[in-house]
Design a protein around this ligand. Sequence first.
Ligand SMILES: *Cc1c(COP(=O)(O)O)cnc(C)c1O
Length: 388
Amino acid sequence: MSKHFETQAIRTQTEKSQFSEHSTPLYLTSGFVFDDAEEMRASFADEKQRNLYSRFTNPNTTEFVDKIIQMEGAEAGYAFATGMSAIFSTLGALLSAGDHVVSCRSVFGSTHSMFTKYLPKWNIETSYFKINETDKIESLIKPNTKILYAETPTNPGVEIIDLELLGTIAKKHNLLLVIDNCFATPYLQTPIKFGADLVVHSATKLIDGQGRVMGGVTVGSKDLIREIYLFSRNTGPAMSPFNAWVLSKSLETLAVRVDKHCENALKVAEFLEGNSNVNFVKYPFLKSHPQYEIAKKQMKLGGNIIAFEIKGGIEIGRAFLDKIKMCSLSANLGDTRTIVTHPASTTHASLSEEDRLEVGITDGLVRVSVGLENADDIIADIKQALDN
Ligand SMILES: *Cc1c(COP(=O)(O)O)cnc(C)c1O
């Protein structure tokens, strides 16, 4: 029986224990026991698929991963302690010294540091394309290019990259296409359908959705995940059973939460578009968004992140944050609570103005991660801060 997204999220479960519990229990165990020497031998030789040690697999992480596999339309997956460990292990498992990566310039800050500071230590170089230069991607590809990497929507500029185009380029040049699907979640967008080989997530964001635990996950084809699994089971970035238990429960409400996040975000975006203190608003499902047509093609709804520019410079952006009363000033996103940030003076303050502009961060740019409070209250808070 082919089940719908919400049903899979709720009805995918590990086998019940002898207690016939309804809700999946938490398996706080580092190891698992074997009946005899032969079972232990066969298990370690991978002839028998079962739990050996929680650095490899655990019933809670397996349940969480099984749900993401179904949601993304993948064959296999592995869960990590954080989004960054998912990204690092995915790249670490698949890249060798001398390989080359082509990536979108607008990627998560730590991902960018990995490309610029750490991968070069192993002689792995990265070339970047800007969002509005997708026609230049093919010219960046070299004989040693192995991975094409992107995020969409991007952070914090909320730009959209055409996944179908990336899929076509990756296939033509025999590259592995890796997509960070964190901002969209598998409920809004499934990159594998457009040709992605691997999808990575920070589960810390909308997948948890309540600002509690950290996590990451990579899903894709059996063969690629097998390599990533073997790399990870030896290098040790595994997700903890407790976090997997929390995150698997979170997935049961992902669809209803994300629907509401998107409904609220569209209302906030429409309000901002009509405000005279605002220069521009970027939200994928506003007709004014430069990649509106692409967003409509590949996303079910517009997501919960809005970027907008306040008239005035850096000081006005900071003053806006100081006037906010209800919304939180925090570095996280994808929480039930609405969060506002001013990237130019905080997360991206260390970049030069030129570098900031390259990733779409103007001095007055504000990023809002729209939460699940009543939309009228979110709008009222932003409005009073803008008016003041
Ligand atoms: C937060 C984030 C990450 C990193 O995830 P952590 O769980 O914080 O390690 C990676 N990519 C994107 C797009 C993110 O927003």
